[in-house]
Design a protein around this ligand. Structure first.
Ligand code: 13P
Length: 247
């Protein structure tokens, strides 16, 4: 049985002050180990959030990091810095990083390799644009993204990695993929992992859906065989997150 993961991606929202106020309202209600609850927060909020959740079952995640150990990389943070602040998960390859900050598949691959080597759990994002979906290029695009992401990733690390399928047209738009559309792509991703590695690993790896998940649609989406939880944006900075965790 794969343990479900409900991860919040706060994106560039929540000052430290706001985070304290928000967490006061939700921490007790999302504190469970029946599912893996992960809060991926802006890097400057990490110590504040850690301080609040450190005696709970909730896990801490970052939204980004850089793959070098240390040095002249102004503005970046390293895996070691995250681990020092009790971070155990990190989002890699989010479409916003790919599109706005021009992260390439090569950089994303390097980040994934660095993360697993440092024992950080990467939440690896993939997903197609609306144009690609309309041109029926969804699966070929996902195949390329997954193959590029896992290039050179040793099989001993793979079952610990998490993949998030996030169709770009569904992010922050209120337009969700139907549960069946999401399931189709997530089951395809599981097949890709089976082809790249083996059946056992493909059955162990967790695959999430992300893109306008809310308290009303979460239950149906999470009920699908190949969807092991969600990566939640907008709804993770509202009390709705409590309902999603319980869905
Ligand atoms: P929304 O839930 O706001 O659509 O964002 C999804 C997302 O990008 C999570 O990483």
């Amino acid at each position: 049985m794969r343990k479900r993961v409900i991860a919040g991606n706060w994106k560039m929202n929540m000052t430290g002050t706001e985070a304290k106020k928000f967490l006061k309202k939700i921490v007790e209600k999302i504190n469970t180990d029946k599912k893996e609850i992960v809060l991926c927060v802006p890097s400057i909020d990490i110590p504040i959030v850690n301080n609040i959740i450190k005696n709970t079952k909730i896990k801490l995640g970052a939204e980004n990091f850089y793959f070098e150990n240390r040095g002249a990389y102004t503005g970046e943070i390293s895996a070691e810095m995250l681990i020092d602040q009790k971070v155990s998960y990190v989002i890699i390859g989010h479409s916003e990083r790919r599109q706005i900050f021009k992260e390439t598949s090569k950089m994303i691959n390097k980040k994934i390799i660095k993360a697993v080597e440092e024992n950080l759990i990467p939440i690896i994002c993939c997903g197609e644009t609306l144009k690609q979906r309309e041109k029926k290029e969804t699966l070929s695009h996902i195949k390329k993204q997954i193959e590029d992401a896992y290039k050179g990733v040793d099989e001993k690390y793979v079952k610990k990695t998490i993949i998030a399928y996030e169709p770009i047209w569904a992010i922050g738009t209120g337009k969700t993929a139907t549960a069946d559309e999401a399931e189709d792509v997530c089951s395809y991703i599981r097949k890709l992992i089976k082809n790249l590695y083996d059946e056992k690993i493909s059955q162990e790896i967790r695959i999430l859906y992300g893109g306008s998940v809310n308290k009303n649609n979460a239950k149906e989406i999470f009920s699908k065989e190949n969807i092991d939880g969600g990566l939640i944006g907008g709804a993770s900075i509202k009390e709705d997150f409590i309902d999603i965790v319980k869905a």
